[in-house]
Design a protein around this ligand. Structure first.
Ligand code: PGA
Length: 232
């Protein structure tokens, strides 16, 4: 299985010109790599970027109609988008996304043949209270109604996202194994949370992660290319 390395640009950058520059830098740098690379820019840049597999950062669970501001799975599919991130902790936290909403989004995305990047992970409070496994089990069993080849699970401890406090390699390994046990099947399990080129290779080599979800560091083309190469 080739490593799957995903760039999650979140709500960045502020102009199309910058988006094109970062994208071009990545495209040039990954020409010879074997890993599968996916870039998830904000919706508005999706139709302008090409030459690397694209993912969206969100999708709505209805087909079409009076849902102001939303984007459907079919729209993404028609644009040539292949992947979609669902269940990211920022969407759970700032947009009130529940396991139920996430489950509906995953079903709709799957119905239209989009590959799902499903994120799960515990907060620092949950971790301290010894509830990590309980939380992961709930997020996975309630959010995913079935597992198939189109589902990729990312373990993203909330306390590691954007903090520089990445999860230790041993802990990531244990948790990834736990997720594999809960999810069953040959599902790909990735790691995300303060991934940089200094720590990225370890997750693939020592934690058994099948790939990485990279936020902040993916906005720097050179750094992201280094991350991709470290996983080869
Ligand atoms: P980070 O974000 O790499 O900036 O920690 C990861 C993510 O939220 O997907």
């Amino acid at each position: 299985m080739k490593p799957l390395i995903i760039a999650n640009w979140k709500m960045n950058p502020v102009s199309q010109k910058e988006a094109e520059n970062i994208f071009k830098g990545i495209r040039k740098g990954i020409k010879k790599v074997k890993s599968e690379v996916v870039v998830c820019p904000p919706f508005i840049y999706l139709s302008e970027l090409n030459g690397i597999t694209l993912g969206a950062q969100d999708v709505f669970f209805m087909d079409n109609g009076a849902f102001t501001g939303e984007i459907s799975a079919e729209m993404l599919k028609n644009l040539g988008v292949e992947y979609v991130i669902i269940g990211h902790s920022e969407r759970r936290r700032y947009f009130g996304e529940t396991d139920e909403i996430i489950r509906k989004k995953i079903s709709k995305a799957s119905q239209f043949g989009l590959k799902v990047i499903f994120c799960c992970g515990e907060t620092i409070e949950e971790k301290t209270a010894g509830k990590k496994e309980e939380i992961l089990k709930r997020q996975i069993t309630k959010g995913l109604s079935r597992i198939n080849d189109n589902i990729n699970i990312v373990y993203e401890p909330v306390w590691a996202i954007g903090t520089g406090n990445n999860c230790g390699v041993e802990e990531a390994k244990e948790t990834i194994n736990f997720i594999r046990k809960i999810a069953g099947g040959a599902v790909r399990v990735l790691y995300g949370g303060s991934v940089k080129s200094e720590n990225s290779g370890e997750y693939i080599k020592s934690s058994g992660a099948n790939g990485l979800l990279v936020g902040g560091a993916s906005l720097d083309a050179e750094e992201f290319v280094k991350i991709v190469k470290s996983a080869e």
